[in-house]
Design a protein around this ligand. Structure first.
Ligand code: DX5
Ligand code: ZN
Length: 220
């Protein structure tokens, strides 16, 4: 059984209190902190970059699960590694030609490579990256269009999760977008074990209860 990794998306946190929010999530039982890096080009929004990761790293030893919604992921590898990122997940839509080189570069810095796919991207596109000689170690199935928190979960994406889980029993499969108490059972039953949740965690009166509920559902 693949172990659950619950990753609050810091995009929904109070950025002005990022270190405190990050440590609060870890204290409440989060495994990872999901960090959404956007370039205003691959997605129509801008968030944080390496300088913020570097600042946060001074306040926490937590696993920083970085989701790069950027057009040129290669340009970010060195700076993200230096800043203290733990995982580096890039989008398959922008890595068609040089993914092997990209994965090797990520691994050489000590970060853990992952690949993400947008809702419109067929799951088959990531198979070569999971099966390559230098494989990615996580696949992120987007369950909303990337760019913004607080959107509605797309249950149709569960076909991709099921297909991945059937082919790769021990792979870390992450879902991101619209996850919370009302959608987690669908995602967990399909085979997802890494759960990103932003608005459902930060918007809850007791975020720790939501984190526990997400974990329990994956463990079922
Ligand atoms: C969206 C981001 C997500 C987002 C999820 O592009 O990748 O990580 O923060 O937010 P919720 O959980 O609110 O859908
Ligand atoms: Zn994300």
């Amino acid at each position: 059984m693949v172990s659950p990794k619950i990753a609050p998306s810091m995009l929904s946190s109070d950025f002005a209190n990022l270190a405190a929010e990050a440590n609060r999530m870890i204290d409440l039982g989060a495994n990872w902190l999901h960090m959404d890096i956007m370039d205003g080009h691959f997605v129509p929004n801008l968030t944080i970059g390496a300088p913020v990761i570097e600042s946060l790293r001074k306040h926490t030893n937590a696993y920083l699960d970085c989701h790069l919604m950027v057009t040129n992921p290669m340009d970010y590898v060195a700076q993200m590694a230096k800043a203290g990122a733990s995982g580096f997940t890039f989008h398959v839509e922008v890595a068609q030609d040089n993914w092997q080189q990209l994965v090797e570069k990520i691994k050489s810095t000590g970060m853990r490579p992952g690949v993400a796919l947008k809702p419109g991207t067929p799951v088959e596109q990531v198979y070569p990256l999971v099966e390559g000689t230098t494989p990615v170690e996580m696949v992120l199935v987007m369950t909303v269009e990337p760019g913004f928190g607080g959107q509605k979960f797309m249950p149709d994406m569960m076909d991709k999760v099921r297909a991945l889980r059937q082919k790769y029993p021990t792979l870390d499969i992450q879902v991101d977008g619209g996850l919370g108490p009302s959608t987690i059972d669908t995602a967990a039953a399909a085979g997802a074990n890494c759960i990103v949740a932003g608005s459902s965690v930060f918007g809850a009166p007791e975020p720790g209860d939501v984190i526990s509920l997400l974990r329990t559902s994956v463990e079922k």
